[in-house]
Design a protein around this ligand. Structure first.
Ligand code: IPD
Ligand code: CA
Ligand code: CA
Length: 265
């Protein structure tokens, strides 16, 4: 395992222990509202602190972009961290959430870890070396037709600017696929695309920490990732499509009629 990936795994497991411990005492958790349906708990903060500590202990000069603490440091290496992706699920005891840690080197994603502490599923990828689930190589799904595909998505939940476009996409894809699912943790959704549990995924308005590790996992598992226009730039726009090569193309095409200018930028 690449030494930087190894450190990221150590950080993710440390955060996983904090999250698992707290999941036994959900009723005493302090929770704040960041916005409509947007929550942060003391667990998000404690997990992030533990991750940053492990990373900076190994690499004191690296920069950090983390959901709760924002951007710090200035380096060609930047860690992109979501300490708890799926906070709403976590707060409800709904067992679908994960820790997501990625490393960018000069703007290129090079390492990615997504750890699901409930199922003890560790997804890892290093650019050029493939993607793994608990040390076994994973690949995207083999289905060929969108009509046979299981597609993951995320609902708009705090910014409703593109709600009508999203609902039009949803209505169309409900009728064109074998099924849609909204599990509630975008990082895990992408990990599921990487291991073939989902054939594809799309969501609007994501943040870099939701998708950085997952995008690398999908690519290293043989899949494709783009923004809604089929271009790179999904880390900036937050609008993302991912899938196995066959399903990706059909998903991209199916979404095109519902795009407006703001969504393709
Ligand atoms: C959220 C989850 C959710 C997605 C949201 C994200 P958080 O992350 O990934 O599935 O639909 O867009 O913000 O806030 O739980 O870390
Ligand atoms: Ca998130
Ligand atoms: Ca989060």
């Amino acid at each position: 395992m690449h030494p930087m990936l190894n450190i990221a795994v150590k950080a993710a497991r440390r955060a996983g222990s904090i999250i698992n411990r707290a999941s036994n005492n959900l009723d005493v958790l302090r929770v704040e509202r960041k916005g409509q349906s947007d929550f942060v708990s003391e667990v998000d903060r404690a997990a992030e602190q533990a991750i940053v500590e492990v990373l900076l202990e190994a690499y004191p000069n690296h920069a950090i972009l983390a959901e709760e603490g924002g951007a710090t440091g200035d380096s060609e290496f930047q860690w992109i961290i979501d300490p708890l992706d799926g906070t709403t699920n976590f707060l409800h005891g709904f067992p679908q959430y994960a820790i997501s840690i990625a490393l960018q080197h000069n703007g290129v994603l090079t390492q990615g870890v997504i750890f699901d502490p409930v199922h003890n599923d560790l997804f890892t990828a290093t650019r050029g070396s493939g993607a793994f689930l608990n040390d076994r190589r994973i690949r995207v799904g083999k289905r060929i037709q969108l009509s046979d595909a299981l597609i993951g998505t995320g609902f708009p939940y705090s910014d409703f600017t593109h709600l009508d476009s999203y609902l039009a996409m949803f209505k169309d894809l409900l009728q064109k696929t074998a099924g849609l699912r909204r599990p509630g943790a975008a990082a895990l959704d992408l990990a599921y695309v990487a291991c073939g549990r989902f054939d594809g995924f799309w969501e609007l308005g994501l943040k870099p920490w939701d998708v950085a590790a997952g995008a690398l996992l999908v690519q290293e598992a043989g899949g494709l990732v783009s923004d809604l226009g089929g271009n790179e730039g999904y880390l900036e726009s937050g609008n993302l499509i991912a899938g196995s090569p066959k399903i990706f193309g059909q998903l991209l095409q199916a979404l095109q009629p519902h795009l407006n200018d703001a969504l393709t930028r």
